[in-house]
Design a protein around this ligand. Structure first.
Ligand SMILES: Nc1nc2c(ncn2[C@@H]2O[C@H](COP(=O)(O)OP(=O)(O)OP(=O)(O)O)[C@@H](O)[C@H]2O)c(=O)[nH]1
Ligand SMILES: [Mg+2]
Length: 335
């Protein structure tokens, strides 16, 4: 009864609103976003806009994710710890040679890589290789690399979320803001946690490095932003600086604290690996890209049918042809 009263008294307003909607629908003046206007202009003039090659937005990753074997990697760590340099140096290594069993097979974000890599090149005429700070924001953050695995004879797409340290720190200890602003990280295949080797070599700064890493890991894991197949890589970056310091105490400190971090993670995830990396070492120390081959191998693509729990299918008879297909792909006999 009460519902009736509300409907009758509001009816003229609702009707007017409905008519206005219809007007909008059939009107020629449909409001368009800037990019749609641009696309429309280009088509009118008889040409299509080409992809920009810049880093992809979350929306733009869909075409890669939906079509092919893809691995999503989130590099985590505070400002200046070396995240972007790891991503760009890996790309640059392929300009010299293959890396382990991988061959370069393309990238949708060449421009994005080049913008970030320019100052690390010898021809930028800089004395010291530097990487520009990643600006804050979540708009165009995904770098794309397609590689061919010579051993497995398959193409794999890697998507790297090039987040700025400031963006990560803004959500560091806040489960709610992390879940709301970066919910895409729940689809990550790997969380690659970068521990800044330069700060680890400094006894006044090293405690902060470990604390930050354990806080962000705990926030992600407590927020449940992972699955049973998620992997974690603990990466000591700028390892050339630790090697150069030649300090047994530093190495001991790192070993002890890495073990504690691993203990924390194993409560949630059991696929953990530890890596020593020097993506862009100082001259005369380790080679450029030291340890990146090993890290790349740890981001291995594993098809979802190999990650599932097959005990269910063995225990109960499956009816759905879709479910049976998974078991067949995994090499399990199923009627
Ligand atoms: N010595 C040395 N320096 C490095 C190495 N890797 C990176 N760096 C330097 O560390 C600085 C910071 O590196 P970035 O890759 O920009 O760090 P980031 O984590 O992406 O920083 P934000 O984008 O601010 O979050 C740059 O000046 C790099 O040249 C390394 O292996 N050895
Ligand atoms: Mg960066």
């Amino acid at each position: 009864m009460a519902d009736n009263i509300i409907t009758t008294t509001k009816l003229p307003e609702l009707e007017a609103e409905r008519l206005a909607d219809v007007d909008n629908l059939i009107s020629d003046d449909i409001e368009m976003s800037d990019s749609e206007n641009l696309r429309e202009d280009s088509i009118r003039k008889g040409y299509q806009r080409l992809p920009s090659g810049r880093a992809l937005s979350l929306h733009e990753t869909y075409s890669v994710m939906a079509a092919e074997n893809t691995v999503l990697i989130i590099l985590i760590g505070p400002s200046e710890c070396g995240k972007t340099t790891i991503e760009t140096t890996l790309y640059q290594l392929f300009q010299r040679n293959s890396v382990s069993e991988f061959l370069f097979a393309g990238s949708k974000t060449i421009q994005g890589y080049e913008e970030r890599a320019f100052y690390t090149r010898v021809n930028s005429k800089q004395e010291v290789a530097t990487t520009p700070r990643t600006s804050r924001g979540l708009q165009e953050i995904f770098l794309h690399l397609c590689l061919f695995d010579r051993n497995k004879k398959q193409r794999i797409n890697y998507l790297f979320a090039d987040l700025s340290g400031e963006e990560i720190q803004a959500h560091l200890a806040n489960v709610n803001s992390l879940t709301q602003n970066m919910s895409f990280i729940r689809h990550a295949n790997s969380f690659t946690v970068i521990l800044d080797g330069e700060r680890l070599a400094n006894k006044h700064q090293r405690n902060g490095v470990i604390e930050e890493a354990s806080t962000i890991l705990r926030t992600i894991l407590d927020a449940g932003l992972y699955s049973s197949s998620t992997k974690v890589q603990l990466v000591i970056s700028k390892y050339d600086i630790i090697e150069a310091s030649n300090d047994a105490n530093t190495k001991q400190y790192i070993e002890k604290n890495l073990q504690e971090l691993q203990l924390l993670i194993t409560k949630y995830i059991n696929k953990i690996s530890v890596h020593k990396v020097a993506a862009m070492p100082n001259k005369g120390s380790l080679e450029v890209g030291f340890g990146l081959d090993n890290l790349l191998t740890s981001w291995e693509y594993i098809p979802s049918y190999l990650q599932m729990n097959i005990t269910y299918g063995v225990k109960y008879s499956l009816k759905s042809e879709f479910n049976k297909l998974f078991y067949k792909l995994a090499g399990e006999a199923h009627e």
